[in-house]
Ligand binder design. Structure first.
Ligand code: NOJ
Length: 527
């Protein structure tokens, strides 16, 4: 598993509408992203993950694709995508693209054809039943079956009703999607991030109900990780690799449970899957983080590489989760050190490097995220007040981490008011790239240094752990590769920690052998 480009890269997720607007319409686009490639290069990024950019009604911000072969007009044109891709490649940056194989938009021509009549040629592209066969709930809340007036049957949707699940037991669906993948590989992309890939198949017998847990939440027992899904993935992986060998294949298997994750990655499977064990930690706990790092190390075999991330477009930003008071206690620096020194493939989320915080939506009419909106409606239906429903929907809504990148202190951070779903307050005090660039001690500059160290130190890229220890909230570990060892100590306690030093310093935030809370040190040595 060595010498793969993706093992030596730090990835950076770009949430398409929010990164950089290049044409002044208030929405991020390829022109904008291309103009910031030098910034990403300077940060040390070697791989970009783009969220969906295909034409879409954007009921779920692009995860509802209506044309797999094109670019949404908000984001530009195929030519502009190509220009961006070429520029990225010239700078040594690879690009992986999000692809949604589980469902299409209800506006996709396949679905329009499928619902045109029961006898339609594409009827079997989707899952239809003449009555609701089970109690399955959509992952956004509410029933997973939707009635179609025209053909008087119900179709299945694991997410919004505008995201219709494809029927992967139909071989024609496989062939249609294989063509899509080939098209983008030929276009020149370097990898795929497969959305909800463990959802492709559902239980054969649709007449079985999902159970509920003690708290009354539905357990999604029969609508994901079902028979046949691994065979499909293995076939896809092989077909893709026959076209391009060194393509990076990442699966989203939305889980923290290694028993659920393990079957999907490794030899002849996906290169990695997203493990949500760090991203799903709501309140900071070094014990929990430590346990998860141990777990990643013990559960996977030597061909299975974990992914390391604390942030993405589907969760609140870690800086807010871990330090809700926002009192600059320095925890974000310690987290950066953890992200970039532990074993696995690190994925950053745009804005993480400058410490962007979650924002709050004060007006339901301005909420954009389907998950938050659905939550609001369900709570109102249950009798909650508008205030309570808004509060709860803010918890579910993923808008909080999707606000525009804070490039500078312009009133709209370079964006117009086209997407004003979030009230951005205290604009003057917010962290910005402009400010962070000028400040030697900024988080941004620390990220740059850490990324450089990671990418230039084989032991941090490939080394195994030795002595992975948590003692009095001080996390320390050694990464060893051949005769090179790197020792990392991160002080997560609220007291000073003094260490013995007899090695060569790579980075030490305290400038002495005493680490204050959230200081860390990285030392290298030859055995
Ligand atoms: C996972 C994506 O990350 C999320 O944003 C989306 O809502 C669901 N898949 C449905 O496609």
């Amino acid at each position: 598993m060595q010498n793969k480009w993706w093992r030596e890269s730090v990835f950076y997720e770009i949430y398409m509408p929010s990164f950089k607007d290049g044409n002044g319409d208030g929405i991020g686009d390829f022109k904008g992203i291309a103009s910031k490639l030098d910034y990403l290069k300077d940060l040390g990024i070697k791989g970009i993950w783009l969220t969906p950019f295909y034409p879409s009604p954007k009921v779920d911000n692009g995860y509802d694709i209506s044309d797999y072969y094109n670019i949404d007009k908000d984001y530009g044109t195929l030519e502009e995508f190509k220009e961006f891709l070429n520029k990225a490649h010239n700078l040594g940056i690879k690009v992986i693209i999000d692809i949604v194989l589980n469902h299409t938009s209800s506006e996709h021509p396949w679905f329009k054809e499928s619902k045109s009549s029961i006898g339609s040629e594409r009827r079997d592209f989707y899952i239809w039943k003449n009555s609701i066969p089970n109690n399955w709930e959509s992952f956004f809340g509410g029933e997973a079956w939707e009635y179609d007036e025209n053909t008087k049957e119900y179709y299945y949707h694991a997410f919004a009703k505008e995201q219709v699940d494809l029927n992967w037991s139909n071989p024609k669906v496989y062939e249609a999607m294989k063509d899509v993948l080939k098209y983008w590989i030929d276009f020149g992309i370097d990898g795929f991030r497969f959305d909800v890939i463990n959802f492709l198949t559902v239980q054969d017998d649709l007449n079985v109900d999902n159970p509920f847990d003690e708290s009354g939440e539905q357990v999604h027992k029969y609508d994901k990780n079902q028979d046949g899904v691994l065979d499909i993935i293995k076939r896809l992986v092989k077909d893709i690799r026959d076209i391009k060998e060194d393509i990076f294949l990442v699966g989203e298997v939305g889980s923290e449970d290694f028993n659920e994750l393990k079957p999907y990655c490794g030899e002849n499977l996906l290169d990695v899957v997203f493990n949500f064990n760090l991203g799903s930690i709501d309140e900071f706990s070094i014990e929990k983080i430590y346990k998860e790092i141990l777990c990643m190390n013990e559960e996977y075999d030597e061909k299975q590489i974990p992914t390391i991330f604390f942030n993405s477009h589907d969760m609140g930003r870690s800086i807010t989760r871990f330090n809700p008071k926002g009192n600059c206690n320095g925890i974000e620096k310690a987290i950066a050190a953890l992200l970039l020194t532990t074993k696995g493939v690190p994925f950053m989320y745009f804005g993480e490097e400058i410490g962007m915080q979650d924002l709050v939506c004060y007006d339901i009419d301005k909420m954009n995220d389907i998950q938050g909106i659905t939550k609001y409606k369900l709570e109102i239906a249950k009798g909650k007040s508008e205030y309570e429903a808004l509060k709860l929907s803010n918890k579910s809504s993923r808008d909080k981490s999707r606000s525009p990148m804070q490039w500078n202190n312009d009133i709209n951070y370079g964006f117009s008011e086209a997407k004003p779903w979030i009230n951005i307050e205290d604009k003057k005090d917010k962290t910005t790239v402009e400010k962070a660039t000028k400040d030697n001690k900024s988080l941004l500059n620390l990220y740059k240094e850490l990324i450089k160290i990671r990418c230039n130190t084989t032991a941090l890229l490939y080394g195994d752990y030795e002595d992975l220890i948590l003692e009095n909230d001080v996390l320390s570990f050694r990464r060893k590769y051949n005769d090179i060892v790197v020792d990392v100590v991160i002080n997560f306690s609220n007291e000073d920690y003094t260490q013995k030093i007899d090695k060569i310093e790579l980075l030490n935030t305290s400038e002495s052998n005493t680490l204050k809370p959230y200081d860390f040190s990285i030392y290298i040595n030859k055995l």
